[in-house]
Write a protein that binds this ligand. Structure first.
Ligand code: FAD
Length: 506
């Protein structure tokens, strides 16, 4: 074992939305900060969204296997690199709605309240939107929560053909609004991500050290278990030990839970910080379907730009939350095709001889997304070196309803906008996202005030361990209809303020 000769004030594990943002926030403190990331820098070629081949290949798959509840292996759709999953995300950066922080009755049960409320997050949402250069427009969306400041950049204009669809949807009394997007505005508006807006800014400070290809395997505590003393990582395959005062875990909800569970010792026999037996439980990842319309030719490489939340809280005939809708953007549809053989075969019948690129330029795709509810049996588990993800979809009735309603809306457009609804897709029948699709994973180390019902306190510090924090999507006690990244970023900025206070007083 190689023992690193430095002693750090803070060790951050993972460089995605949570870890990358935390590094940015703490860097100006001048404290000695070590960042450990299991991946490397993503080659520009792989980041290039117009590269259909890369899109279709294994871009969305980690080079390892996880196991389902039946013990069957699968390749998870997750990205190990500087920036984590934000290197491949759609950069739709939406705030959770005020009511998402409260207990909400869903058709399938209750989505529990958060220990903090929207007003606690609001200033950090504003800071997050500035940092990730979010382009949007406040107003127009009936569910939009209060903003203390406008978006820093104006909304992205719709592709002309999408604008026609937006106008037709609005004529039905619905409220399609610009989708808030994180974009750098340089080099033809590439995505703003946790490398660009987090790690790259942090690395400008001499007190920040980054180690790539550093796969953290184990956290060592002192005898009482109250303090993490050392972080063990395989760096380029060789075991290393790093010592520091504060450890911030941000490996993504699945991997963070797995790391804590793997780090069991005498003081923490069920896994570190797991006195409550809740580490790994309450995994959520949304119900997501795609609906694809045939359309007149389009560029195939346009941004997602439309958000529809008219059914977010339900409708008169179904008074329960249904969820959020956005268009997929151009080439992103290739991912749907690649992941969804049923859709491909339908396309093949309607448009024989079309390649994926042609399909992408003759269609408009829609993501239809519904909140799933926290269930203790949906969980991450480890057994030796094997990582298990056990997940049974729930709230599927609400999801079916949303898919049905959206398909009805699009069918009405056929007459006005000459569009044909090709098919509700399915990433899977009945709206079940296949298990490997863990893009929106969250909830495996929920935060709350009671150590019996939460792994983390409201500062995202482990109830059981004084110097251990988790700042990725693990802390979510319940999901929302919108995607999680902006809330993860805002939370990292919030916890960052707490840590700055702690570092200054030590
Ligand atoms: C295709 C796709 C599209 C998406 N689109 C959107 C969108 O439009 N809007 C939105 O809000 N969300 C979107 N998401 C989800 C969003 O990307 C995630 O919610 C967000 O990145 C999660 O942040 P995180 O910090 O929790 O984890 P991640 O971003 O996954 O970062 C975790 C990091 O930890 C590293 N790591 C893992 N294990 C270890 C270890 N043992 N040792 C060291 N490092 C480790 C990983 O390599 C990674 O860098 C999308 C995701 C995908 C995959």
């Amino acid at each position: 074992m190689i023992i690193d000769d430095q002693y750090y004030d803070v060790i951050i594990i993972g460089t995605g939305a949570g870890g990358g943002t935390m590094a940015y926030k703490l860097a100006p403190t001048g404290k000695r900060i070590l960042i450990l990331e299991r991946g490397g820098f993503m080659p520009l070629e792989e980041q290039n969204r117009s590269n259909v081949d890369v899109f279709r290949k294994e871009r969305y798959r980690a080079p390892e296997q996880w196991y389902d509840s039946a013990g069957e292996p699968f390749s998870p759709q997750t990205n190990y690199a500087i920036g984590g999953n934000t290197k491949i995300y759609g950069s739709a950066l939406l705030r959770m709605r005020e009511r998402d922080f409260e207990a909400v009755n869903h058709e399938a049960g209750v989505s529990p309240a958060w220990g903090l409320k929207y007003q606690d997050f609001e200033p950090y949402y504003t800071e997050a939107e500035q940092l990730y250069k979010v382009h949007g427009t406040v107003g127009g969306d009936p569910t939009e929560p209060h903003h203390s400041a406008d978006y820093p950049y104006p909304a992205v204009a719709h592709e002309p053909q999408i604008q026609a669809v937006v106008d037709a949807i609005a004529q039905q009394g619905l409220h399609p609004t610009p989708l808030p997007l994180g974009l750098t505005r340089e080099d033809d508006d590439p995505t703003s991500d946790a490398e660009v807006s987090g790690i790259a800014l942090a690395l400008k400070f001499p007190n920040v050290t980054l180690k790539t290809e550093a796969n953290v395997r184990y956290l060592h505590t002192n005898e009482s278990g109250r303090v993490v003393k050392a972080v063990q990582a395989d760096v380029a395959g060789k075991p290393h030990l790093f010592l520091g005062d504060i450890v911030v875990v941000a490996c993504g909800a699945v991997n963070s839970a797995a790391l804590l569970l793997r780090s069991a010792n005498e003081a923490h026999p069920n896994g570190i910080a797991n006195r409550s037996d809740l580490v790994g439980r309450y995994l959520m990842k949304h119900q997501i379907s795609s609906v694809v319309q045939l359309s007149a030719p389009n560029s195939g490489i346009f941004q997602r730009s439309v958000s529809v939340n008219d059914f977010y809280w339900g409708e008169p005939e179904f008074p329960y939350p249904m969820g959020h809708i956005q268009n997929t953007g151009g080439l992103l549809q290739d991912v749907i095709f690649a992941e969804s053989p049923p859709i491909l075969s339908v396309f093949a019948k309607v448009l024989p001889g079309f390649g994926l690129k042609q399909l992408a330029t003759h269609s408009i795709g829609w993501w239809v997304q519904t909140e799933d509810l926290p269930d203790p049996n949906n969980r991450v588990r480890v057994d030796g070196n094997k990582l298990y993800v056990e997940y049974t979809p729930n709230n599927t009735e609400a999801h079916e309803r949303l898919v049905y309603r959206w398909t009805e809306v699009l069918k009405t457009l056929e007459k006005s906008a000459k569009q044909t609804v090709l098919q509700r897709s399915g990433l899977h029948p009945r709206g079940e996202v296949p298990l490997p699709v863990v893009a929106n994973q969250c909830g495996t180390c929920r935060f709350g005030t009671d150590p019996a019902t939460a792994v983390l306190d409201l500062n995202c510090r482990a109830h059981d361990v004084d110097n251990l924090y988790v700042v990725d999507s693990s802390f979510f006690p319940s999901n929302a209809g919108v995607s999680p990244a902006l809330t993860i970023i805002a939370n990292a900025l919030r916890v960052g303020d707490h840590l700055i206070g702690r570092l200054q007083s030590s």
